[in-house]
Design a binder for this molecule. Sequence first.
Ligand SMILES: Nc1ncnc2c1ncn2[C@@H]1O[C@H](COP(=O)(O)OP(=O)(O)OP(=O)(O)O)[C@@H](O)[C@H]1O
Ligand SMILES: [Mg+2]
Length: 250
Amino acid sequence: MAEPAVLLEAVDLTKRFGKNTVVDGVSLKFAEGRLHTILGPNGAGKTTLFNLLTKDYPVDGGEILLRGERVTRLRPDQISRRGVGRSYQITSVLRERTFFENVWLAAYRAERGGTVGLWRDIRAYRTTAEKSRQVLAEFGLQPFSDRKAADVSYGDQRLLEIAVTLATAPQVLLLDEPTSGLSQRESERVKQFILSIKGKFTIVMIEHKMNVVMDISDDVTVMNRGKVIASGSPQHVAADAAVRSAYFGL
Ligand SMILES: Nc1ncnc2c1ncn2[C@@H]1O[C@H](COP(=O)(O)OP(=O)(O)OP(=O)(O)O)[C@@H](O)[C@H]1O
Ligand SMILES: [Mg+2]
């Protein structure tokens, strides 16, 4: 079978804060339609890597390629318009707005920003409102449509946050610890939700807990101290000595 196309690529990406090199020559390929998980202990540089990929931080070295095209010098809004969607480690939805309003606003902004309709066939949706309802329905969030974000559980807020990112019609979805701060039961729901969208999108997910992701990921990368210490299939990575050392001090 042919290898899936590479959608997003980091080439020797580097970021320094003062004397600290927190992302240190990271090269990674994120292939189309796959769920690629980035694992690593606290401070490994995972979130910083996302901040570089979205250009929220300027890069100190290396390149970012989107479908083979160099996008390293683009602004965050330009990167986002080209289809790199992101959710954050801390919930960032508008708490005083309903689920519908949150999704609508994201979809509206993406449209006005000139995004081509890549989320299914977005042009088939006649209005932003219709599209927003469709996003909520597709992800089983319709019952929450008129609920204020502040009034639902953290787990449901996380689901909303992913839905909001999806409403911007991304080609690649970057999720930073979507289960952080959630109870076991809520984590399981978010995990099931991610499984339900797996394959429809290219997903890059940061996660802390190895056991959460090994069974759902297609590709796994482990970072430690700014570097990639292992990358490959979940089985390959789990068996890796450097990974066991970073995680368990073995
Ligand atoms: N804006 C910043 N200024 C200075 N140092 C920073 C900044 N952002 C991150 N760092 C440092 O970079 C290193 C990597 O941080 P980062 O947040 O990328 O780690 P992480 O792998 O996401 O960790 P966690 O699992 O705790 O979220 C840390 O030592 C952190 O203190
Ligand atoms: Mg982080």
